[in-house]
Structures are given as C-alpha cells and as structure tokens.
Design a protein around this ligand. Structure first.
Ligand SMILES: [Zn+2]
Length: 108
C-alpha cells in the first residue's frame, strides 16, 4: 500500500522506514496515530448517527404538529424541511469524517 510522505508529498511504500526521496521517517508520513484515528472514526460515526436520528424524527412530525396547533402547520413544515437538510448535512459530515480517518489507516 502506498502512502504520501508528509515531508515531500511523494508516494512511498508504507513498509519503508524512511522516505527514499527525502529521507524523512515514515512514522511522520503515516499521519494519525492509531488512537487519534480510532477517535476520529468514533466521532464521525456518532455525528453520522446523530444526523440520521434527527432525520428519522423529522419524518414523523405528528407529535410536534399536535403540540404546535394546526395554524402553525405551514411554518412547521418549513422548519422540518430545514431540519431535514441540516440532518442530511450532519450525516454527510459524519460519513466524510469516518471515511477520512479510516483511509489514513496503518496497515501492518
Ligand atoms: Zn519524502
């Protein structure tokens, strides 16, 4: 598997101890430590799930609309639409974070 050297930016083998181009230690090029990577993935998953939960709640707005009263239906549906877009965004950020941290993995 090829990784990018953080010193010179060239592709190098993750098996190499030093970058053959600039001599930088590959431990630097590997980027995130395992702990940081796992933390990033977990936070990403939590953010993704949060977005998903918000989205699922917006699909069944009956309890809120009953509480708010019929005259607020239009305003409420606008708010729910905004909330759905927001939820999708949060979900995407979570997925992107998970993928990003997962890709900077250390294959041993
Ligand atoms: Zn290098």
């Amino acid at each position: 598997m090829l990784i990018q050297c953080q010193e010179c930016g060239r592709k190098i083998s993750d098996q190499a101890k030093f970058c053959p181009h600039c001599g930088a230690g590959v431990s630097i090029a590997r980027g995130f430590s395992e702990t940081k990577r796992m933390a990033g993935i977990i936070v990403g998953v939590i953010i993704g799930i949060t977005g998903l939960v918000i989205f699922i709640h917006t699909l069944d707005p009956t309890p809120i609309s009953t509480f708010a009263g019929i005259q607020y239906q239009k305003e409420l549906s606008d708010k729910i639409n905004q909330l759905q877009i927001f939820a999708v965004l949060i979900f995407c950020v979570g997925i992107a974070m998970t993928v990003y941290f997962n890709r900077s993995n250390i294959k041993k």
